[in-house]
Design a protein around this ligand. Structure first.
Ligand code: DMJ
Length: 453
């Protein structure tokens, strides 16, 4: 019903546009997608399919057939378009078997290829998909590309090669690893900034939240998606987690484990909402952890889940802030006004879902249900669901955006949290960073089609 409310209102007020403004009841366009349209439709396809909303899936598919157009003069974020559009189309294809989604995914993947035309092959952040000209975010340290952006193409690009028979996609992302593996890493950590021309790190800022997060996620998931044959991905992941544990993970005096940020050797005792996905990642990777560390990785997952739950529980609205701190006498609380917002993000619920599947401890369902109640009470409005400007204030102020990831991730992870484990079982599926499920490839996979498991 939450999905239906979000979808029906998007359809009523913003059909075909990228996102919905649920208070002003009109479309919202984000410059991340240039003038590619329909982000909510493409992001929501697999959620509609999984929730058996057949009519809605059919109308979404028809929109894709008739309107989804990549022949536009648009400067887009390569990362956002990859995780939401390529990812959404790929999972819609794998779930439904409808050829149109495969065709559109490959067509869009081809449009993204000029982003890799840099001296090192580390792609640009922004690309004009008509002219093929790329550039980086003007704010990024010394013209650098961003770790979480160029490091979050791997799963989609491997599947694009798999489905198209064209090795170029896989070659592009394997080269990114080659560049990374040639570089010295400070204390074994990966800085968030890398210059695509010189191949050198920019500013030494390390984060498992914004700017870094899904790079680590994709190392682990690349290994899992390869049927555990991608040894390079495995090694890079577990080595990185080892360095993160040594240099970034700390325990507060109140006993809460958190992941700090690292700036040139100094710790900033701050954890982002985005960082909360790491609880699920540690638990998902526990099984393969070397040196008898399986138990430690599950424990880390549980500790991060607890800390992130505390960050929700210590607010007035029981929804978590964008970032919370462990300094100046506070624990798991946002202290800066500009870190108090909640924009319908999924990461905490995502971690509950992984922890539930991997431990079956009922507290994760209970915590997920608390989040449902808060979403219904504070984010649901007549025209859909909206983010909140300050989770510590009972005077509600909505931000008037229904993010497309609310439909692709937040609601999907909630649905999975309360479903049986055999719905998209982890033995057969991995979720991209936008919660789009991709099948695990057979160990002896050539280019043969993977049928739905
Ligand atoms: C999503 O687009 C993805 O989860 C991404 O990895 C991070 N940001 C949003 C959700 O918060």
């Amino acid at each position: 019903q939450m999905m239906k409310h979000a979808w029906d209102n998007y359809k009523r007020y913003a059909w075909g546009l990228n996102e919905l403004k649920p208070i002003s009841k009109q479309g919202h366009s984000s410059n991340l997608f240039g003038n590619i349209q329909g982000a909510t439709i493409v992001d929501a396809l697999d959620t509609l399919y999984i929730m058996e909303m057949k009519e809605e899936f059919k109308e979404a598919k028809e929109w894709v057939e008739q309107n989804l157009d990549f022949n536009v003069n648009a400067e887009i974020s390569v990362f956002e378009v990859n995780i939401r559009f390529v990812g959404g189309l790929l999972s819609a294809y794998y779930l439904s078997g409808e050829e149109i989604f495969r065709k559109k995914a490959v067509e869009l993947g081809e449009k993204l290829l000029p982003a890799f035309n840099t001296p090192t092959g580390i792609p640009w952040a922004l690309l004009n998909i008509k002219s093929g000209i790329g550039r980086n975010w003007p704010w990024a340290s010394g013209g650098s590309s961003i770790l979480a952006e160029f490091g979050t193409l791997h799963l989609e690009f491997i599947h694009l090669s798999h489905l198209s028979g064209n090795p170029v996609f896989a070659e592009k992302v394997m080269n990114i690893r080659k560049v990374l593996n040639r570089l010295d890493k400070p204390e074994g950590l990966y800085p968030n900034y890398l210059n695509p021309s010189s191949g050198q790190w920019g500013q030494h800022h390390v984060s498992i939240g914004g700017l870094g997060d899904s790079f680590y996620e994709y190392l682990l998931k690349a290994w899992l998606m390869s049927g555990k044959t991608d040894e390079e991905g495995r090694k890079m992941y577990y080595d990185a987690v080892q360095a993160i544990e040594t240099h970034l993970i700390r325990k507060s005096s109140g006993g809460l484990t958190y992941i700090a940020e690292w700036k040139g050797g100094l710790l900033e005792h701050k954890m982002g909402h985005l960082t909360c996905f790491a609880g699920g990642m540690f638990a998902l990777g526990a099984d393969g952890a070397p040196n008898d560390k399986t138990g430690r990785h599950i424990e880390l997952g549980a500790e991060i889940a607890r800390t992130c739950h505390e960050s929700y529980d210590r607010t007035s609205l029981k929804l978590g802030p964008e970032a919370f701190r462990f300094d100046g006498g506070v624990e798991a609380i946002a202290t800066r006004q500009n870190e108090k917002y909640y924009i319908l993000r999924p990461e905490v619920i995502e971690t509950y879902m992984y922890m539930w599947r991997l431990t079956h401890d009922p507290k994760y369902r209970q915590w997920g249900w608390e989040a449902v109640e808060a979403l219904e009470k504070y984010c649901r409005v007549d025209g859909g669901y909206s983010g909140i400007r300050d989770v510590y204030s009972s005077r509600q102020s909505h931000d008037d955006v229904q993010q497309s990831f609310f439909l692709s991730e937040t609601l999907k992870y909630l649905y999975l949290l309360f479903s049986e484990d055999d719905l998209l079982p982890f033995e057969h599926w991995v979720f991209n960073t936008e919660a789009h499920p991709f099948p695990i490839l057979d160990k002896d996979d050539g280019n043969k089609e993977e049928t739905q498991k």
